[in-house]
Design a protein around this ligand. Structure first.
Ligand SMILES: [Mg+2]
Length: 388
């Protein structure tokens, strides 16, 4: 062994000896540029995000992001997320190495069942820490980089008029987006017209629809049959999260593929989706599925079952967007252009990092800095804090 090798080994051993000292939870209210409307509930003026910072005795901290995004399939509040992390998780993590990720996540599963929304930010913050301590991007910890950019889709939220939605689509198209998700589930007559108009206006784009679990079987069957002629790549979560039998029946009766989103939290959910053939496309999200660790399990299972993967996110800042980018970077297989960047591509009015990620020509470049490659902007945190 030469001197350089032994120096690296000493340096690595020192880094592996780093210990977590404290976990900080920072609740934020991040404003939308335009109120964000999906099928259920009113238009949302802002989103409640939780930034988690894991501090160490090396003076380096890692960051992760989750959120209280209430809708069918999730019931989190900022208070419940902070309770899980501050009162149940922190004592299981403080004093341990950030490299003990698998063991820590196993312990957190024993402390609190499910709770993917709370675990997501903790797990991603530990990955960020590992990368920062070793001076490498997170994708290097996940197997190395397989791509330089990740394609994103544009999400067309529900607007008061069809014309406004089409105008929003033109704006995304001008910015280079070639893949669109149209939110449906409130007015089938208007939505049939909207999908027809989208296909006429943009004959070459990839078009998907997303009902956010809001339709009954008959309504879903009726609408999906009507929009079959418009080359729909996938119909996302037409039915309630628990109605896998209904999704499977729809999948047999309509020509477009069915996608599961709200139905999919755990690996066991995915096994049941596969068993029932309830969907052939899955959407994952940082918060919904437990961060990089949780999403990766789902991608491996989905790939083995021959399902397509649609990388998503609830509206998120650059922090959770970066989590998806690093996982996608290290994924050698096919990925659909997903809504993982909805927050940074125009939905959010503000970000929490010093150099926010951007969408260029419909794709996001994978950050190259250590860890997740994003650095928190302390002024922005202060500005959006809910508890100041
Ligand atoms: Mg969805």
């Amino acid at each position: 062994m030469n001197d350089a090798t032994s120096a690296i080994e000493r340096d690595t051993a020192m880094k592996l000896g780093v210990r977590v000292t404290r976990i900080e939870t920072i609740p934020l209210r991040v404003p939308f540029r335009v109120p964000f409307k999906i099928a259920s509930g009113g238009a949302r003026p802002s989103s409640e995000q939780l930034i988690v910072r894991v501090h160490t005795d090396a003076g380096i901290s890692g960051v992760g992001e989750t959120q209280a995004w209430r809708r069918l399939g999730s019931s989190e509040t900022i208070a419940s997320l902070r309770c899980a992390i501050d009162e149940l998780f922190a004592s299981r993590i403080v004093g341990r190495s950030p490299f003990a990720l698998a063991s820590i996540m196993h312990d957190l599963d024993e402390v609190l069942y499910h709770a993917y929304y709370a675990k997501a930010a903790v797990a991603d913050a530990l990955y960020d820490l590992q990368g920062k301590l070793l001076g490498v991007p997170v994708y290097e910890l996940l197997g190395g980089r397989c791509r330089d950019t990740v394609d994103a889709c544009a999400v067309l939220t529900i607007k008061p008029s069809l014309e406004e939605t089409i105008e929003g689509a033109h704006e995304f198209a001008r910015r280079g987006f070639r893949s669109f998700t149209v939110k449906i589930g409130t007015d089938p007559a208007i939505e049939e017209k909207l999908v027809r108009k989208m296909r006429e206006t943009f004959p070459d784009v990839v078009l998907r629809v997303d009902a956010n679990a809001s339709l009954g079987f008959d309504a879903a069957f009726s609408l999906l049959r009507k929009i079959e002629p418009f080359d729909i790549d996938a119909a996302e979560q037409p039915l309630a999260p628990w109605d896998l039998a209904g999704m499977a029946e729809l999948a047999r009766r309509v020509t477009m593929p069915i996608m599961a989103d709200e139905s999919l939290a755990s690996p066991q959910d995915l096994l049941e989706i596969i068993r029932q053939r309830a969907a052939t496309v899955i959407q994952t999200k940082v918060a919904k599925n437990g961060g990089i660790v949780g999403m990766r399990k789902l991608w491996v299972i989905a790939d083995a079952a021959g399902l397509r993967i649609y990388p998503g996110n609830h509206p998120s800042t650059s922090v959770a967007t970066a989590s998806v980018l690093h996982l996608a970077a290290a994924w050698p297989g096919e990925l659909l252009a997903g809504p993982f960047a909805v927050g940074i591509s125009g939905a959010f009015a503000k970000d929490v990092v010093q150099a926010p990620l951007t969408v260029d020509n419909g794709a996001v470049r994978i950050p190259d800095g250590p860890g997740l490659g994003v650095i928190l902007d302390e002024d922005a945190l202060q500005d959006m804090r809910m508890d100041k």
